[in-house]
Design a protein around this ligand. Structure first.
Ligand code: FES
Length: 165
């Protein structure tokens, strides 16, 4: 699923990109903010945001699948850890931890770029809009603006990259 593009006014770093309910558990939404495409995931009840550009050779990272960890502490003892999730690049299948961006194809390889993302109440978003601390950005597409209602929760994306853990 993908959403329309969102313009980035000069100096803006936080953007309301969708309603929290737009992404079902296990789902993903691609958004374009200021010319950069970002994949927003809802996995195990948490939201994650990754730049849709693989640090290996620039593939569309967020168009790949999501896998969980399977490991064997000793031969024959195969275990599954559903809490550790990885995005898999569709070009060469490198896997990146959704919480750290760490690659596990090559642990010395570059990390996927993560962005802070969280859910804020419609009440808070509406207050920021009414006080001028946030503004709606009109654009040519209907999906570029998100109507705000105080009874909803919203996904708020920050375009400042997070530091690796
Ligand atoms: S471009 Fe993503 S794994 Fe190679």
């Amino acid at each position: 699923m993908s959403a329309g593009a969102v313009k980035a006014p000069p100096g803006a770093s936080r953007f309301v990109v969708a309603k929290a309910s737009d992404i079902a558990e296990g789902g993903r939404l691609l958004v374009e903010v200021g010319g950069r495409e970002v994949g927003i995931y809802r996995l195990n009840g948490r939201f994650h945001a990754l730049l849709n550009r693989c640090p290996h050779l620039g593939g569309p990272l967020c168009k790949g699948g999501v896998v969980s960890e399977i490991y064997a502490p000793v031969p024959g003892d195969i275990r599954h850890d559903a809490s550790r999730l990885f995005v898999t690049c569709p070009w060469h299948n490198w896997e990146f931890d959704v919480t750290t961006g760490q690659s596990y194809w090559s642990d010395r390889g570059p990390r996927a770029r993560l962005f802070p993302v969280g859910v804020e109440s419609g009440e808070k978003v509406a207050e920021e809009l009414s006080t001028g601390r946030a503004e709606r950005v009109p654009g040519p597409y209907k999906a570029e603006t998100v109507p705000v209602a105080v009874e909803d929760d919203y996904i708020v994306l920050s375009m400042r990259p997070t530091r690796p853990a």
